[in-house]
Ligand binder design. Structure first.
Ligand SMILES: CC(=O)N[C@H]1[C@@H](OP(=O)(O)OP(=O)(O)OC[C@H]2O[C@@H](n3ccc(=O)[nH]c3=O)[C@H](O)[C@@H]2O)O[C@H](CO)[C@@H](O)[C@@H]1O
Ligand SMILES: C=C(OP(=O)(O)O)C(=O)O
Length: 428
């Protein structure tokens, strides 16, 4: 579906963000590690979650999802210990998060070729196979790849090549039920990884080091049911603040997470935007200066660089790129993670933005150039699609972001939320 945008109006109002997709997905997958019922609050009504729920339901799980209340009760007591069909959910990275629980339950799984997620980059499967093998899985290198878990998970020490979010989450889930103490060095520490640590702890797991790059897990025999809450989506909080700034409106986002915002606030400041926090409400006031900060060091440009947490998040980078098209000055963006992180820049240029792509990881953006409405194609990258919408929303006239459905993978009621802020936008 396409987004039809009549831009140029300031967006103002108050938003309550939904739950973070990247917290909700590992938490829903972790519930499969126990036969006791688990209740999750603040579950976002998004297509990635719907796909996992459909898979679990086909396997016999009982799942009651009150979408309006955001509450989900999962009971895997009747989950069949053979796969009904061997198709795992498609076109989403989080399918990999089913591996630890499925290995325990069905002992052998075929790895789908397309657990690749969005098109930000090649999404490697090797680090997943490596960690699962360390923890006791056996990889059969036939075509297609098959992983088996003949004797349950066993404890291990592993030092990953890099801080991978889903590899760390798979380590936590497998090690929680391994026989002994496991260690992961070079672990990811994103807020969603911290959420999974907290939820597994409520289920009885013994985890030390949550939020750091070294995790220690003492395996337990069994995990129990619990009630856990999914955190507000910081991607959504940043999206709405950036939308206020780019359109010149005033937006307040409630249930924000100020403890995660130091560097995010700093990135906004580099683009001439002040973000205020009143308790758990984040605020962008109307008519921000949108002047890019100049470093004191000569011959340097303002720079926003994204890398694994606690660096600025790669998933937020497109939102800052969009904002910079309206800011006066020049800024350098560096995506240290994904080799296709800027593949959508030619679409942004269709609005008239001036951007020099230095290499697949780095761009220089010359801001405040005259922009015009355009018809652009969305990439299969959630926040790059939102970034294209943001720019369209800031330009008077009718633009179209084609094939923008990818937004629904992570953001429920996105268009409805925009409309409450006064946006003229609709799905077609
Ligand atoms: C469901 C989920 O939670 N998805 C998120 C998760 O995906 P995911 O867990 O797939 O992302 P990883 O952290 O594994 O990183 C993705 C890719 O980036 C490359 N890489 C990453 C880090 C690094 O230091 N060096 C490096 O080369 C690797 O090729 C890797 O395959 O984390 C990504 C990085 O925050 C986010 O974009 C995704 O939204
Ligand atoms: C990259 C993302 O998701 P996935 O890892 O599922 O592709 C994302 O949420 O931006």
């Amino acid at each position: 579906m396409d987004l039809i945008v009549n831009g140029g109006k300031p967006l103002s109002g108050t938003i309550i963000p939904s739950g973070n997709k990247n917290s909700a997905l590992p938490l829903v997958c972790a519930t499969l590690l126990t036969d006791e019922p688990v209740t999750l609050h603040n579950v976002p009504d998004i297509t990635d979650i719907a796909k996992i729920v459909a898979f679990m339901t086909r396997q016999g799980s009982r799942i009651d999802w009150d979408k309006a209340a955001g509450t989900m009760r999962l009971d895997h007591g009747a989950f069949k210990n053979e796969l009904v069909n061997h198709e795992l959910p498609q076109d989403m990275r989080s399918t990999v998060l089913l591996y630890p629980a499925l290995l325990r339950r069905v002992k052998k799984i075929v790895i789908p070729a397309n657990a690749t997620g969005c098109s930000l980059g090649v999404r490697e499967i090797d680090p997943h196979l490596e960690i699962l093998a360390k923890l006791g899985a056996v990889i059969d290198e036939s075509e297609p790849l098959v992983i088996a878990l003949p004797d349950g998970f066993r404890a291990a020490r592993h030092w990953g090549d890099y801080m991978s979010v889903t590899v760390t989450e798979n380590f936590l889930m497998a090690a929680a039920l391994a026989d002994g103490e496991s260690t992961l060095i070079n672990a990811a520490s994103e807020p969603h990884v911290q959420d999974l640590c907290a939820a597994l702890t409520l289920m009885g797991a013994q985890i030390e080091g949550a939020g750091t790059s070294m995790l220690r897990v003492r395996g337990v025999k069994k995990l129990n049911g619990c009630t856990a809450r999914i955190s507000s989506d910081y991607h959504e909080i940043v999206t709405f603040l950036a939308l206020g700034a780019i359109t010149g409106g005033e937006i307040r986002v409630e249930k924000s997470l100020p403890q995660h915002f130091d560097l995010i606030t700093r990135a906004f400041a580099k683009l001439g935007v002040t973000i205020e926090h009143e308790g758990t409400t984040a605020i962008v006031r109307r008519n921000q200066s949108l002047v890019i900060e100049e470093p004191y060091t000569t011959n340097l440009l303002a720079k926003i660089e994204a890398a694994p947490w606690p660096y600025f998040s790669v998933d937020l980078l497109p939102l800052m790129v969009a904002l910079a098209t309206r800011a006066r000055g020049t800024v350098h963006f560096w995506n240290k993670v994904y080799e296709n992180g800027f593949s959508w820049i030619p679409e942004l240029a269709k609005f008239g933005a001036h951007i020099l792509v230095s290499d697949p990881h780095r761009i220089t953006l010359f801001g405040s150039k005259p922009l015009r409405p355009a018809i652009v194609d969305a990439p299969y990258i959630i926040r790059a699609t939102i970034a294209l919408y943001m720019v369209a929303a800031s330009i008077p006239g009718r633009s179209m972001v084609k094939n923008a459905d990818t937004i629904r993978r992570a953001h429920p009621r996105f268009v409805e939320n925009l409309q409450t802020l006064g946006a003229e936008v609709e799905w077609k």
